[in-house]
Design a protein around this ligand. Sequence first.
Ligand code: A3P
Length: 302
Amino acid sequence: MDFQDEKVKTMDMTALQKLVPIHGVPMGIEIAENWESVEQFQARSDDLLIATYPKAGTTWASEIVDMIYSDGDLEKCRRDAIYNRVPYLEFKIPGMPSGVEQLNGTPSPRLVKTHLPIQLMPDSFWEKNSKVIYVARNAKDVAVSYFFFHKIVKALPDPGPWNTFLENYMNGNVGYGSWHDHVKGWWEKRHGDNILYLFYEDMKEDPKRELRKMLHFMNKEMSDETLEKIIYHTSFDVMKTNDMANYKTLPNDLVDQSTTPFMRKGIAGDWKNHFTIAQNERFDEDYKRKMKGTELHFRTEI
Ligand code: A3P
């Protein structure tokens, strides 16, 4: 897909910034209006899905998986921007092919990106037993990353000041709804053979260990040398300078990276630079209530 500057310039971004509930989950208005085609999407048994709550490391996992599919061949991975190599299932903006349309035209085996909470997943993924890699990231770093993302993506609602955004995020009043429900929903489903549940913090701590989990899950073998190559090329510093992975190919009118780059910090624990003590206490208290009864455990630093 080619995002043409001229086309994007004529788009009414304010009209796109509205959130509309789909089965109770707030979603961008264009996604909501295109919902039927997402619901009816035909998955294939050899699809591999990368599912995340936004800002949990989707692009990182996508780049890794595409490199695995390409057996570490860098040239192959430079063939196109990440949003074309791993199309975004529910993506929809006016005048552009939707994610569904893009995927329908993609030969197998397809890599598919989604941020959908588990209850909104099209049935065909379960019917076809497609594999899913879910990446979860701690709620506080996601909050900060999502805040900055709202500032640079023109089709997202204005986040307002940090405190306002944080309240909205805690209340699930942002695109894709509650972080808590999202990570818990997918966690409860993880026991099937076809879901691999990973954590961003584990990937930061020991990318080789986590990459091996992915390989095992994908029934792939790889030499240690290729594995090291993939780890290097998917490290934050290298991906930051790779225009096929850092979204710099998108027009500024859609994603304006002049103040904050998409590849912003890429660490665990940046939330400490943004949460006040009071915000942190309030967040922890609310978190405890919402995550009660789950054994799902996150690390907010490593
Ligand atoms: P920060 O904003 O905290 O830096 P997503 O791809 O789901 O939108 O997630 C984006 C977040 O993942 C951003 O977080 C981005 O910097 C981080 N990220 C992207 N590539 C990464 C990599 N190779 N290693 C670590 N973090 C990465």
